[in-house]
Ligand binder design. Structure first.
Ligand code: PMP
Length: 402
């Protein structure tokens, strides 16, 4: 009945696709690393909302804080200063070292904001993005993303955007000139297929941006908040951006939120033009109070340490399974709990999702690269969940091999 409603009033094409993959179950309940469907079946959530459920589903401290805010002042008038917004700004600044923050309602909006800020402060117009990059669905974010099939139907997009190969510093050096306002890059590509760039790449990108006099925008919407084994993935290369984009796990898995952080220098455009870029719901008390509790939990427990150690264990366990099927799997890669399994053929992605589902485990292929199965569980998982995941992986591979 619910599926029928979804089919009739949300999207028939998507409903058919989900049904085709055997994925058309209905969420009913969620807790920690697990979700239940309407028939009471329990699943390990290793998609994790594409990075949203860093703290797992319904983390108690975040729920408690949001309830408190609901009882007091869920939305702000937008005339008085909103205390939750101010507090989240301070907490994020202390945790990340970026001085200023603006809060939006999604990752795409955060990227849009970062691009506008770069133009505003530098007075330059152009951008450089990367092949396979995913930055969101709005026109600006889409323009700097790197997969043509998603872009083609919406052209003309932003003019003055060049896309260069991800991981290739020399190609970036050749593309940079004094018209470029910013280079935008994910420290590790998520939707592009969990692509980890060569060591030293980000540092080199930073250096090239400095030499060209443009900003570096790091999109940490998926890699941030502990996912890769550090609070921000930029720390792996000891690099600071001029502008950073956050989202997903920042809302504690409870509310939608996006954020843009920047250095004092990069923020100058917004300081000089305080009302030029605004949002009715951006920074609202409900979203930012969830953010406060999420940052307290993530930073207080240094949850990235668990992502690091369980990520290492999971990666090597998955690799030893994968080695048994060299004709099915090309590579298992990743950092922390952002892991990608690259299948030998694009056509293996959907059946692999279906077979994992039969083993009560949710995984998904990456949006820009259907050949890569993404394994992105909550950062709170332990040995029990690793065992569950590896068992499911084993059984799914055996089925795919038949
Ligand atoms: N940037 C990155 C790196 C992402 O992974 C995503 C979402 N997958 C986005 C931006 C867009 O975020 P949202 O879907 O919240 O707009």
């Amino acid at each position: 009945e619910i599926l029928q409603k979804y089919h009739d009033h949300i999207n028939p094409g998507l409903a058919d696709l989900l049904q085709l993959g055997g994925l058309a179950a209905v969420d009913d309940k969620a807790e920690g690393a697990y979700v239940w469907d309407a028939d009471g079946n329990k699943y390990l959530d290793a998609v994790g909302g594409y990075g949203v459920f860093g703290l797992g589903h319904r983390p108690p401290k975040v729920i408690e804080k949001v309830k408190e805010t609901l009882d007091k002042m869920p939305l702000a008038s937008k005339i008085f200063i909103n205390s939750c917004e101010a507090e989240l700004g301070e907490k994020l600044s202390e945790a990340t070292g970026y001085q200023y923050f603006m809060f939006l309602n999604s990752g795409s909006e955060a990227v849009e904001t970062a691009l506008k800020l770069a133009r505003l402060t530098t007075g330059k117009t152009n951008f450089i993005g990367m092949t396979n990059a995913y930055h969101g669905v709005t026109f600006g974010a889409l323009s700097v993303s790197g997969r043509d099939v998603y872009k083609e139907p919406f052209k003309p997009l932003l003019p003055g955007v060049k896309i260069v190969p991800f991981g290739d510093a020399e190609a970036l050096a050749n593309a940079l000139d004094d018209t470029v306002a910013a280079v935008i890059v994910e420290p590790i590509q998520g939707e592009g297929g969990v692509n980890v760039p060569p060591p030293g790449y980000l540092k080199k990108v930073r250096q090239l941006c400095d030499e060209a006099g443009c900003f570096l925008i790091l999109d940490e919407i998926q890699t941030g908040m502990g996912r890769t084994g550090k609070l921000l993935a930029e720390e792996w290369e000891d690099v600071k951006a001029d502008i950073v984009c956050l989202g997903k796990a920042l809302g504690g898995g409870v509310v939608p939120i996006g954020a843009v952080g920047a250095t004092e220098t990069a923020w100058q455009g917004f300081i000089d033009n305080p009302l030029i870029h605004e949002s009715t719901f951006g920074g609202n008390p409900l979203a930012t109070s969830a953010g406060i509790a999420a940052v307290d939990e993530i930073v207080g427990k240094q949850i990235w340490n668990n992502a690091h150690s369980t990520g290492d264990k999971l990666l090597s366990a998955l690799r030893s399974e994968a080695e048994k099927y060299p004709h099915l799997i090309k590579e298992v890669r990743g950092r922390g709990l952002l892991i990608g399994v690259e299948m030998m053929e694009e056509g293996y992605g959907l059946p692999m999702m279906g077979f994992m589902l039969e083993e009560k485990t949710l995984v998904a292929y990456t949006l820009n690269n259907p050949r890569v199965i993404r394994i992105e569980p909550p950062l709170i998982i332990g040995d029990e969940e690793i065992q569950w995941l590896v068992n499911a992986f084993q059984k799914a591979l055996a089925k795919l091999d038949k």
